[in-house]
Design a protein around this ligand. Structure first.
Ligand code: DGY
Length: 438
């Protein structure tokens, strides 16, 4: 397949997943609604060939923002019975400031919308037109950052917490296994829908889902009140991927406000958050022994000492200095970079919890690779960046537009391939377009 065909195919995947309500599903069946961070990556892809859809994706997401600035992880624009847990389980209406117009979940996802606006502005030809779009939306994203720093940072450290593994984006990472051991949720009765679309060996277990649902029940008991959640949730994490996205988005908001002109109070505030966040990030989330950034468990007061693809996301946000970046890159090459593997597995291949097929327990994800590619370029690791890009393109070329990919190269021999999870997956398509155009 040549480069041109891949781009055409990617465009087709996005167009097919576009819904008449003005948003794009991640893929058919498995994910039938609008997901927050998917939306952002999808908008990047559209920015190359259908600017109206790119803008629409972001507008539709921001229209579901709550009065307190919160942006939910799933917006249930439509009815669908192919997904569990749906709107009747999440009951966002419990929160007094939730959207009255759109039902949603009561949790969020990595705050990428700020840097997505900057990406859209970078990609399109008509800068003036996009700037006027940015002008009319940027304050809502700023308000979302105000929400994070005001409501999700109880110790005023500049590091925000997540209260659910689905907020991390890396849903069933082995990172969370030790937290599950601190909980003993009921055996809920419910009908899984994801495993009717995808082989169960590629999805989280039923017992893991009991934990996921239990955390939501606790939050619902408090009507999704942030303060009460911070006090009671058994899952309370400062996540390096999530916080790196916030920091990257802070920087983008500063850049965009500077292009727009004025807004000096907001720029000053963003700079204050930014300085504090980057300082705490380096002090609290770096693990010298492992040579990477790790997660911090606020509930149990300790670092979670595992290496994952989230450990390298800070490169994308310019968080490490040059020396720390070098340490990160060495750790990545040592643990993830063997010649028999595609970069970059989502979890440490040298660890016994690594599973190359199971969702976020090992497979390669195109969105994390995309961040890694730009992060490595930022620090001058051009050759390695090229390897990450080539690996991403090759995986899609060999397997198709899957949700995630087996990192082991020998899985792609003969007629077999290691593409797993949802097929015709929107962000794999959208970010491939960007990688090929860069
Ligand atoms: C799922 O249902 O697996 C989703 O990823 C949750 O966000």
């Amino acid at each position: 397949m040549d480069k041109r065909n891949l781009i055409e195919e990617a465009e087709k995947v996005l167009n097919n997943n576009f819904q008449k309500e003005g948003f794009t599903i991640p893929c058919e069946g498995l994910y039938p609604f609008q997901w927050k961070w998917d939306s952002g990556f999808i908008a990047i892809g559209y920015a190359y060939f259908d600017v109206a859809k790119s803008k629409k994706e972001i507008t539709t997401l921001l229209d579901a923002q709550w009065e307190n600035g919160f942006i939910p992880h799933i917006v249930f624009h439509t009815d669908s019975d192919t997904y569990f847990p749906g709107p009747d389980f999440h009951k966002s209406e419990l929160h007094p400031q939730s959207s009255r117009e759109f039902r949603s979940t009561g949790m969020t996802q990595p705050p990428i919308t700020g840097f997505i606006l900057e990406e859209m502005h970078r990609i399109v030809e008509d800068k003036e037109d996009m700037l006027s779009f940015v002008k009319s939306h940027i304050d809502r994203v700023y308000k979302n950052h105000e929400y994070f720093y005001g409501q999700r940072d109880p110790r005023n450290e500049g590091l925000v917490y997540i209260y659910h593994n689905w907020e991390s984006g890396t849903d069933n990472s082995p990172m969370w296994d030790d937290i599950w051991k601190t909980m003993n949720p009921p055996e809920y009765e419910f009908e899984r829908r994801d495993t009717t679309h995808v082989d169960p060996s590629q999805r989280p277990s039923k017992r893991e889902y009991d934990h996921y649902l239990h955390i939501i029940e606790i939050a619902k008991n408090h009507n999704y009140d942030d303060k009460a959640i911070a006090e009671t949730s058994p899952f309370l994490i400062q996540d390096p991927l999530f916080n790196a996205m916030l920091i990257k988005s802070n920087e983008s908001l500063i850049n965009l406000y500077e292009v727009i002109g004025g807004h000096s109070n907001k720029i000053d505030q963003l700079r204050i958050w930014q300085r504090k966040s980057i300082r705490s990030f380096n002090e609290k989330l770096f693990n010298n022994e492992l040579g990477v950034y790790v997660h911090y468990d606020l509930r149990n007061e300790k670092q979670i000492s595992f290496v994952s693809s989230s450990s390298f996301a800070p490169l994308f946000a310019g968080i490490p200095d040059i020396d720390k970046a070098k340490v990160l890159v060495n750790t990545m090459l040592e643990r993830f970079g063997g010649e028999d593997k595609y970069l970059c597995a989502s979890f440490d291949p040298a660890n016994e919890r690594f599973n190359p097929k199971k969702y976020w327990r090992g497979p390669v994800w195109i969105n994390l690779n995309w961040m890694l590619y730009y992060g490595l370029k930022k620090y001058g690791y051009d050759e390695l960046a090229k390897r990450v890009k080539n690996d991403s393109v090759e995986l899609i070329d060999k397997a198709g537009f899957y949700e995630y990919f087996d990192p082991r190269k020998n899985m792609y021999k003969n007629m077999e391939h290691g593409g797993y999870g949802g097929r015709n997956f929107s962000w794999s398509a959208a970010l491939l377009i960007d990688l090929l155009k860069d």
